[in-house]
Design a protein around this ligand. Structure first.
Ligand SMILES: NC(=O)c1ccc[n+]([C@@H]2O[C@H](COP(=O)([O-])OP(=O)(O)OC[C@H]3O[C@@H](n4cnc5c(N)ncnc54)[C@H](O)[C@@H]3O)[C@@H](O)[C@H]2O)c1
Length: 446
């Protein structure tokens, strides 16, 4: 059903179509007493905790499991835990046989999120999809449109949003404790283990008998198999498959910033970064975004600066009220407000400065909720999700615009979200979208 119904619609048409669509009415939910049948696509790595997290919900039944790798760490452990579940190596076959399944978990590498989730939503399935929601900005917009059109329950897997620490930070801004926010700095100051800023390795290795390399590559360009270079986990560092450091962490670290300030789309961004290599993502970058102000910001625009890699962090001089002996967390954000400054570590309780003005025991703590069960319950008509694609789509668009910014260091890019267009840079605009492998072209909005 997937490759047969190819349709490709130009981005501008789809971007404007977004405006006319109705809000999600949750009309496909089943009712509090009904059972939710789920399938997990990508059962290893993060998929394992996605699957077990959702399966912990009331009246959830694991109907099907899909993995291109049949070994213990991938399909194996899930099949052992859910022996009655059907097993697949090709997610297209799973969807073709999905009449008894209402919810799909997409926990594959980034580049396969949109093709799988869009196909699932077209079949009317609820979707839980890992972060970042997609591989390109265009895909992120399509996910928002498809979720609206199909009226399904959606959730992005940025589970820290539901953690007490991030919920507490968001509440601090909403309750006005630090006043209107003037400026934001966010960073990921650790160096990941996955490959960055290296040339593509030459040659090819034998494909292990338990790996379906062709199915792993899906919509991506065909490449030779290289042991431990792409599958599993290390795909993150390669432009064909992952989204680099900001793509990996932006949807976590920037989430409480977006939630608390209710940010929309950026209006411009400018990066400082070394020249990008042909295939791999960079190992360091700084990005300055400008957003239109909101009810929680002091001015009509607000600047958010993202710093990525070891040793790159905000200059302490631009962080008021934070004593020099306070060690900034390795990753997190600082929100500078009129009345105080908040540090949101990734992941720990926020600290407010000056500390004397904000004694710890006076800060209201907001309890955590279960991000996975929240989705499962919402599919059954109980409550709503908080990282639905109407929220996660724009957050992902902003994060992925950053991956375009680092391709054009020191050039300011102007973003028109409504038109889905970088208005002042034809070459940068070309990176909003990408070509797909022949026969694997996603079936966009129908
Ligand atoms: N929310 C979080 O905290 C968090 C943490 C880690 C990873 N992630 C996200 O989860 C996703 C997966 O990351 P990972 O680290 O688990 O990657 P991984 O490569 O370790 O695991 C991916 C799993 O999916 C399987 N797979 C790959 N392609 C498939 C396909 N087409 N069909 C079926 N199965 C397929 C792999 O065999 C593997 O079991 C990514 O989008 C990543 O950004 C999120």
């Amino acid at each position: 059903m997937y490759a047969d119904r190819r349709s490709f619609v130009k981005s501008a048409t789809l971007a404007s179509a977004a405006i006319a669509l109705p809000a999600v009415r949750y009309s496909r939910v089943y009712g509090a007493n009904s059972r939710l049948g789920i399938a997990s696509i990508g059962t290893g790595g993060k998929g394992w905790s996605d699957l077990t997290g959702v399966a912990a919900g009331a009246d959830v039944e694991v109907i099907a499991l899909c993995n291109i790798d049949s070994s213990k760490d991938h399909l194996g452990q899930a099949a052992e835990k859910y022996p009655a579940a059907r097993r697949y190596e090709d997610w297209r076959k799973l969807l073709d046989e999905s009449k008894d399944i209402q919810g799909i978990l997409v926990s594959t590498p980034d580049f396969m999120h949109a093709p799988i989730a869009l196909a699932a939503m077209q079949l009317g399935k609820h979707v839980f999809c890992q972060k970042p929601l997609t591989h390109t900005v265009f895909e992120a917009r399509q996910m928002q449109l498809a979720a609206k059109r199909s009226q399904v329950v959606t959730q992005m897997g940025n589970q820290i949003q539901s953690h007490s620490a991030y919920r507490t930070a968001v509440n601090i801004v909403h309750s006005g404790l630090i006043g209107k926010v003037k400026e934001v700095h966010s960073w990921q100051g650790t160096s990941p283990t996955w490959p960055r800023h290296i040339p593509r390795p030459e040659g090819n290795d034998p494909i292990p008998s338990h790996v379906r390399w062709d199915l792993w590559q899906g919509v991506a360009p065909e490449r030779p198999y290289k042991e431990a270079m792409y599958h599993p986990f290390n795909w993150r560092g390669w432009q064909d498959y992952g989204t680099g450091q900001i793509g990996d962490f932006g949807c976590h670290i920037l989430d409480p910033v977006f939630k608390s300030l209710k940010l929309g789309a950026p209006i411009s961004l400018k990066a400082s970064a070394p020249s990008l290599m042909m295939d791999a993502w960079t190992d360091r970058a700084t990005l300055q975004y400008k957003f239109l102000g909101t009810e929680s910001t002091l001015d009509s625009t607000i600047t958010l600066t993202w710093y990525d890699s070891v040793g790159i962090a905000p200059n302490r001089e631009v962080l008021p009220d934070i004593p020099s002996d306070y060690k900034l967390p390795n990753a997190g954000s600082v929100l500078i407000g009129e009345k105080g400054t908040m540090v949101i570590p990734h992941v720990a309780m926020p600290t407010l400065f000056p500390e004397k003005k904000f004694p710890k025991e006076t800060i209201p703590i907001i309890k955590e909720v279960d991000h996975y069960v929240q989705w499962a319950d919402a599919c059954r008509g109980i409550g709503e999700t908080t990282s639905h694609f109407d929220y996660a789509g724009p957050l992902t668009e902003a994060v992925l615009l950053g991956t375009i910014g680092i391709r054009f260091p020191e050039e300011e890019l102007h973003w028109d979200a409504k038109a889905l267009k970088i208005t002042n840079h034809v070459k940068a605009n070309g990176f909003l979208h990408k070509p797909y492998r022949q026969g694997w072209e996603p079936n966009w909005i129908v």
